[in-house]
Design a protein around this ligand. Sequence first.
Ligand code: AMP
Ligand code: MG
Length: 468
Amino acid sequence: MNLHIPFDNSYARLPPRLFTPQEPTPVSQPRIIVANDALARTLGIDPAALHMPEAAQVFAGNLIPEGATPIAQVYAGHQFGNWNPQLGDGRAILLGEVIDTTGQRRDIQLKGSGPTPYSRAGDGRAWLGPVLREYLVSEAMHAIGIPTTRALAATLTGDTVYRETRLPGAVLTRIAASHIRVGTFQFFAARNDVPALQALTEHVIQRHYPNATDPAGLLTAMMERQASLIAQWMGLGFVHGVMNTDNCAVSGETIDYGPCAFMDIYHPNTVFSAIDQYGRYAYGNQPQIAIWNIAQFATALIPLMPDRDAAIDSFSAIVNRFPDLYAAAWLKVFGAKLGLSTPTEDDRPLIEDLLALMTRDGSDFTNTFRALGTPSAYDHFADRAAFDAWEELWHNRNPDAERMAYSNPAVIPRTHLIEAAISAGVAGDFAPFHAMLAAITQPYTATDPLYARPPRDEERVTRTFCGT
Ligand code: AMP
Ligand code: MG
């Protein structure tokens, strides 16, 4: 075998009720669309092997690589606030883990690789659209510097997937610090399976939070990462779209790019997901939902504690610190976007005033921040007198242009361009996908103006759909 993956599968060594052994279901004609050489290298995989015919067989699930222990992980979760006691990898299979060149353990998962015991009514498959979208958005997030799962490969299966229409099937090879979710803890807490919860907790502490010594320490550390992560999403105009507890990775990485989108025009109430009728997961609600999810995580840790009432008190006190942590993280992110080296509470109104002007004037989120400090900043505001007044106050704070250049990406994966790349891909033309991938992986330099241009009215995508 040419494709050597140095597996070391710690999750598969946990108690068997945390997962089900499950092999991928073979497909008819695997063909790799894209493989991530740089990521392969950090995983200890020879990039040259990614381009051998065997790699397509492995990434489509036709060939189980040596050392893999394919499993489907079980979890539960709150979906739009409603408890679902039984979820799990319904269309994904964890091949195993590797220790990367930095010493970090990383999962290698196939998404779209066939049914599992957790598929419920689903077919276990993915069509090409969501696979290309997740590839682009996760790699963009990484390039921008946001904790995220990664994409190692996208592979066509050669089979048809049936949604509203017939669509080409595909598999995403996803890399993650782990795929353990708040919902994984909830699954065992809801069943009062303390031994499983204990094993999971020890695994997560060792793997993600080695400085934590007990469940309270784990909760605190996990919450700190969530506060930082959500603040970074906010600083990009990123709307996750489906922040269910089963889509919240305890590692602090962004996971499950379904109906997600980056805002073009700034407005805090922005919602894209077609199924998010009440705006639960709107841009401006994301910090509230993060607390809600962290509270579910805290609740799931309570069965581990000897004194339930005392645990409720101490965990509540921890979760109640989230607003302050988040406020500090937000100030840091937006302060950097304005080029402020040490933003203080006094700068908060300056940031809020700018966002208020942007809301009123319908400014493009990405391009407005990118243009600040240049003459073209004006173009993003209808009320130029108001912007002038704001700019004077801002200049008094001595913004650092270099800091701004690396805190305000020029290129984000704009939804209308993702959709165009998907449409071309479905028709067999992957050139737009590859061109966009090249642009979004250099986010701080806009080489081709196509990728920095907001959509024209007729190009604008206002509704996005889950990647099922
Ligand atoms: P998501 O909303 O994409 O995070 O998925 C929620 C749940 O539905 C997870 O348990 C998925 O594994 C499952 N699921 C989504 N799509 C499919 C599919 N096509 N086949 C089987 N299960 C699926
Ligand atoms: Mg999910």
